[in-house]
Design a protein around this ligand. Structure first.
Ligand code: EPU
Length: 302
């Protein structure tokens, strides 16, 4: 979608929002799939309510992009503009056992920054790509931990009130890859309370998680992490593997040979290819195991 109205363009610059014309979502997502649209980079949280009223009043639909690491975006010209937070400097501030982190901060960098301040707990998240905001929205987790356990406060733009608000941790429910945030809420910052731990000990944990991840996941390839959620008490990856589907492909979209719940873009896969592969695998799992796999990856298709 292209913002053509010159009044809107002028208002964006007054709000200190940068307009990047015809941005390729393939360049902004780890799957390297996705069409083009205008990208709006937000430099100040405070401009968000004004920005959203502006877009709504001019009928410009929008989506919020985090780090693009858990996202499959449709092909060609996209029917909405994309909003993304620019990361402030510094994006993490540590005080005692609390870390105040901007939603645009890189998750891995945040884990190591906190580790250097002798704050642990998030070792499992090392190697999970994306931003802290994205991790928060979907309660990212790995190796027995999830980020939600450490959340004390969240600053967000709430679609329901059209205002920036602060929620306390206990007002939010964090479940397996799911939170009580509304789809249109925009994560802005989070206050984490982390256990004290010696840097060397945290580093040890980080090394172990890194090693496990390297040996079981296709890290160097273009992917969006796990495509499906694990059904209760089962593993989507194991089920897909048991059906012998590693290597199954549609165009350049391919079930990873290393981990069957990772689907990789092995070249120039389109969203159409990837969606067809997802539908095919889902159908095969349904008929073999009578299990309906749910997407873990977020799909923006039209
Ligand atoms: N397995 C296979 N074949 C495969 C993949 C896995 O047999 O191709 C087996 C493994 O041997 C193991 C079991 O399935 O016995 C579980 O596999 P794994 O330990 O790799 O964990 P997972 O359940 O597949 C989950 C998360 C990952 C997270 C890892 C590590 C989901 C959907 N996936 O994977 O998160 O990194 O645990 O904690 O919850 C993600 O969210 O994108 C993601 C990759």
């Amino acid at each position: 979608m292209r913002i053509d109205d010159s009044k809107v363009v002028a208002a964006l610059s007054e709000l200190d929002v940068e307009l990047r014309r015809s941005s390729s979502l393939a360049e902004l997502t780890s799957l390297a799939i996705g069409g083009t649209t205008d990208l709006l980079r937000i430099k100040k949280h405070e401009s968000i309510p004004g920005l959203l009223s502006l877009l709504d009043s001019h009928g410009v639909s929008h989506r919020f992009l985090g780090g693009g690491s858990n996202l499959l975006v449709g092909d060609s010209e996209l029917p909405w503009v994309v909003l993304q937070l620019a990361s402030p400097d510094p994006d993490v501030v540590v005080e005692g056992n609390f870390a105040q982190v901007d939603a645009a901060a890189d998750l891995g960098r945040t884990v190591t920054y906190c580790a250097k301040h002798d704050l642990g707990g998030m070792e499992g998240l090392i190697g999970v790509p994306g931003t802290v905001g994205g991790a928060l929205r979907m309660n990212a987790g790995a190796y027995g931990m999830q980020i939600g356990s450490y959340v004390r406060e969240v600053k967000l733009y709430r679609a329901a009130t059209r205002q920036i608000e602060i929620l306390r941790g206990e007002q939010i429910s964090f479940e397996y890859r799911h939170t009580s945030f509304a789809p249109d809420d925009m994560m802005l910052a989070v206050k984490l309370e982390l256990p004290s731990k010696a840097y060397r000990e945290i580093l040890q944990g980080i090394r172990i998680c890194n090693e496990k991840r390297r040996s079981s996941q296709p890290l160097g390839q273009k992917s969006a992490g796990c495509i499906f959620k694990n059904p209760p008490g089962a593993s989507a990856g194991r089920m897909i593997d048991e059906l012998g589907l590693k290597g199954l492909s549609v165009g350049d979209a391919r079930v990873s040979d290393r981990h069957a719940n990772f689907f990789v873009n092995a070249g120039k896969a389109s969203a159409k290819d990837m969606l067809a592969l997802i539908a095919d695998v889902r159908e095969r799992v349904r008929s073999a195991f009578s299990v309906e796999l749910e997407h873990e990856v977020v799909i923006w298709n039209g």
